[in-house]
Design a protein around this ligand. Sequence first.
Ligand SMILES: Cc1cc2nc3c(=O)[nH]c(=O)nc-3n(C[C@H](O)[C@H](O)[C@H](O)COP(=O)(O)O)c2cc1C
Length: 153
Amino acid sequence: MKILLIYATNSGGTFVSSRIIKDVLGKKHSVVVKKAVETKPKDLAKYRLIIFGSPSWDFDGKEGQPHETMQALMNKLKKKKYKKKLFAVYGCGDSSFTHFCGAVDELEKFVGGLDGTLTIPSLRMDEFFYHLEKNKESVKKWAKQLDTVLKKI
Ligand SMILES: Cc1cc2nc3c(=O)[nH]c(=O)nc-3n(C[C@H](O)[C@H](O)[C@H](O)COP(=O)(O)O)c2cc1C
């Protein structure tokens, strides 16, 4: 399956996670990883599964928002419909904030608005670099779970 992983990051946690996901899914699938800022709406066309990864941040005076480059891409895509595409969402956050991994919630709503199908429950990671081994394990497990679901599709 052709998979496009679109991510944004500030301190690198979401990027490190993208490499792990690519390593796991890349064994059986063709996985392209792109920064949100470098992604154009037409880039989504040839992929069956789109994975969005974003940290949660303040944006426009609101907490728990996707990275600003992810927001910019979401704005460009929001009127599109992707009934036949599969989606998955993951994010890095910090549970000391009011809206823990709020970006993941926003991205889930966004996928709903596109008429896309969320393939598996989203992954929310707490304080990525403080719990590095645990988070690396959880992202690996999540990618394997996604791989298992893709086998049935
Ligand atoms: C200014 C600022 C605002 C943040 N807001 C939130 C938030 O609303 N919710 C949350 O879960 N984490 C929040 N975080 C934590 C980051 O999402 C977390 O550090 C994440 O691991 C960053 O991912 P990255 O390494 O990919 O940039 C915030 C961090 C900063 C510095």
